[in-house]
Write a protein that binds this ligand. Sequence first.
Ligand SMILES: [Fe+2]
Length: 219
Amino acid sequence: MDRIETTQLPRSATERVRKPLLRGVHHLALNTDDMRATLDFYVRILGMPLLGGLRTGPGGAERAQTRGNPPYSHIPHYFLDMGGDSTLAFFEYPKGVVGKADRDTIAAMQHVSFVCKPSLYRQMEQRLKENGVEIVFGPKAIVTPNIHSMYFYDPNGIRLEISADMDGNDDDLAVVRSFTLSREAMRRELETISDDAAWIEGMLDCMPEEEPLYKRDKF
Ligand SMILES: [Fe+2]
């Protein structure tokens, strides 16, 4: 990795990172109060195979020894295969003990989008409709040139999205390359949040070396 010229950052943060150091999601952990309905939705409708499950350790005062687990003792914690060698996890909280999250708050998960092969996109739409899941927006091209999305909610009220590049290739979904802006477009965007030219150039130097798949001025 190259180094960025700066005296303000510790050495490890001056590396010019153009390839991610991490690979993606190991497990995304969410909360439910109805594991059965959640499994029916994700396994049966979205097609995420069940991988395993366990009971958490003690909650309450002993929670400090349990790596930040929920504050309830011995609750179910299940894992699903969300594809791409990544997993989705749920904790089942006792019913009625906590309120529902507001996704429009800081540090909340606003929504999550799963990527779909273009050839399976209509089938996913059909599966949602056949199972009575309301699609609240889409399916519609929302990112140029032809990246489609549809939005819906899981039984817990978690907002979900399925995205597919309908001009893309089933065998190489190229999520990153299809979703990368040109350097020029990104410079214009960064200039709307900062007037620190050196910082902007440093950020632009951390964009991928590979050319974006699509030429676009904006998303
Ligand atoms: Fe999204």
